[in-house]
Write a protein that binds this ligand. Structure first.
Ligand SMILES: [Zn+2]
Length: 347
């Protein structure tokens, strides 16, 4: 059996479409027919070589998707053939199988425990979660990365409480999910910061009560004006070291939490005044919003099904798998919030 797949062959070059031979499933592996894949900045960083050396080339990409189980390997109990699943880079229960190798005309193509830029993907059992009935597959795709990372950064990492102030710095896909997380957590004021007005408008539609355009206004001054005592919570989702610094500076003394979600380019450093630690500010990192797929995906799915998370506004343009390079370019240029690769689209 073969599958069409977008492969990163060389850093800083467009992905290439290759027909990969699918290996026999090992224990703990599952063959999934991918329906939708998201594209996030991690793939832009990988493809552009901004995560440093890449010893896995050529390799597959993509870590957020939805699909249908087509075959299960020995020992798999979490999912059954025909079930609809979320594919996520976050680890849940089940076998943890580190990676898979495909072949294409004698060449070896590496893939991690989960990839989604392919029609059929061999996925480790623990990167799959069964989708609740009735949830739209296109929307459910966001449970793979953007939603758990963004919602979790507010709900699990910062543990924002109703009435606490919150700023989200960077309103891409994950940032807008953080805005939604702050809105359902009852944060007020809820301040969205970005360089692009269109994204700030979306943030407002999702519950932001104030916005700052970082291209026209000084962010630190704007936040201080809206929240004179300092913010309870600041979520950084830009990957820019200066924004990380701003997030920590903007939170209040004695208990303000700055959560760093953004992926900075390889080799970056952040300069911060250490006095802030003595003031009781907390600087928190997060691994995918500290979301546990088995516990949190059903919880987030209920909020989606109930309409309390308007995640459909994140879903931008759809692309065929063959248009994956345009999707990466559009994401990098900020022309689309979350590109959707629709495997059913021809082209
Ligand atoms: Zn991602």
């Amino acid at each position: 059996m073969k599958t069409l797949s977008a492969v990163l062959v060389e850093l800083n070059k467009p992905l290439e479409l290759w027909e990969l031979e699918i290996p026999a499933l090992a224990a703990g592996q599952v063959l999934v027919e991918v329906a939708f894949s998201g594209v996030c900045h991690t793939q832009v960083l990988e493809a552009r070589g901004r995560r440093g050396q890449d010893r896995f080339l050529p390799h597959n990409l993509g870590h957020e998707g939805s699909g249908v189980v087509r075959e299960v390997g020995p020992g798999v109990r979490k999912v059954k053939v025909g079930e609809r699943v979320v594919l996520s880079w976050l680890k849940g229960s089940g076998a943890d199988v580190p990676g898979v190798t495909y072949r294409c005309e004698g060449k070896v193509v590496n893939a991690g425990a989960v990839t989604t830029f392919n029609r059929l993907a061999v996925v480790s059992e623990n990167r799959l979660t069964v989708l609740p009935a009735g949830l739209d597959m296109r929307l459910a795709m966001l449970l793979g990365c953007a939603l758990p990372t963004g919602l979790g950064s507010v709900m699990n990492t910062a543990v924002a409480r109703p009435g606490e102030s919150c700023a989200v710095i960077g309103c891409g896909g994950v940032g807008l999910c953080a805005v939604m997380g702050a809105a359902v957590s009852g944060c007020h004021p809820l301040i969205a910061v970005d360089l692009i007005d269109a994204k700030l408008e979306v943030a407002k539609a999702l519950g932001a009560t104030a916005t700052i355009n970082a291209g026209r206004q000084d962010v630190a001054a704007g936040l201080a004006e809206l929240c004179p005592g300092g913010l309870d919570v600041a979520i950084e989702v830009t990957g820019r070291p200066e924004a990380m610094r701003t997030a920590l500076e903007a939170v209040r003394q004695r208990g303000g939490r700055a959560v760093i979600v953004g992926n900075a380019p390889f080799g970056s450093e952040v300069a911060i005044d250490p006095k802030q630690f003595n003031q009781g500010k907390r600087l928190l990192g997060t691994w995918g919003g500290d979301s546990d797929p088995d516990r949190d995906f059903p919880r987030f799915a209920r909020l989606l099904a109930d309409g309390r998370l308007k995640a459909e506004v994140l879903l931008g343009q759809s692309y065929a798998l063959s248009q994956v390079n345009a999707a990466l370019d559009d994401l990098e240029a900020g022309r689309v919030v979350r590109p959707v690769i629709d495997m059913a689209m021809a082209g």
